[in-house]
Design a protein around this ligand. Sequence first.
Ligand code: TXA
Ligand code: MG
Length: 320
Amino acid sequence: MQTITGKDIHAAAALLQKEEVVAIPTETVYGLAGNALSEIAVSKIYAAKNRPSFNPLILHVASINELEKYANVDATSWLIASTLMPGPITLLLPKKTNVPDITTAGSNKVALRVPNHAMALSLLNECSFPLAAPSANPSGYISPTTAAHVFAGLEGRIPYILDGGATTVGLESTICEVINGAILLHRAGGISAATLSTLTGLEVKQNSNITTPATPGQLKSHYAPNIPLVIGKIEEEINKHVGKKIAVISFQKNYGKQNGITSFVLSVNGNLSEAANKLFATLRLVDEADYDLILTEIFPNEGIGPAINDRLHRAQFLHK
Ligand code: TXA
Ligand code: MG
């Protein structure tokens, strides 16, 4: 199959109408979209990504007014949706029967979000169905933040990539669920726990069980590059690994070019959003070059910092 990259929203909609899959931009990462109500389209998504069938997909809709077509929305979830959507947040809700089991991998809950990206919203408005879209990477690899990243991973496996430029958030959406009067955070992302607790007045609990997660995609080996990644105090770690070709990925400090080290600074000014937005592209760049080791550090635990730390921890586990 030939994979074409372009900006033609009508062409993308026509392919989706024919139960084909199309890679689409969102503000977080690129998604691999298909008609969420079509078992044929959804099975093509799983096949193209080589995604295990037990890992359910997020439904993308054009506006919060569509949430109730596919799920039962409680008052607190509605407050979150009406305040933070469109945006980098996904709500896990009790599903309605029109959502096929294959889309939720048999679960009676469905994950729903409204992406904050003009091209994605135009496309959703042209489609008469919601779009199921996992990140548009081969299962287990780093999520794509540009159309070129998608092409590198899925060339020949999908017909079309809708190019909406580089994503602006750069990490996947926050996934949360309102349950028993609290908020369960299934995945850290662009919306922080602090934002959710301030908005709702509820306690936000971490779902930290990453070996048997309630969101099956939160397996430890996710987001992994092909070379080992070590998180620690960078100066100490450099001394432990003398003689190796090391890529240092740091928040603010430049470690220069010394003894086989190359320094990649994610935000000279210490801006966590900028760092988050550069993280995946930098991991890819380093992974494609000839390093023995990636060395990185814990990022500040505020704003999108916990989401950065979460992705770094998962990237420690090699997927090959
Ligand atoms: O930012 C995002 O959320 C991106 C863009 C493309 O929208 N999508 C994304 O999808 O990250 P994916 O499939 O890579 O991650 C979705 C996560 C997985 O961990 C999956 O297990 C979980 O959401 N999930 C989806 N539906 C679920 C459900 N019904 N129950 C539990 N977990 C669910
Ligand atoms: Mg993913």
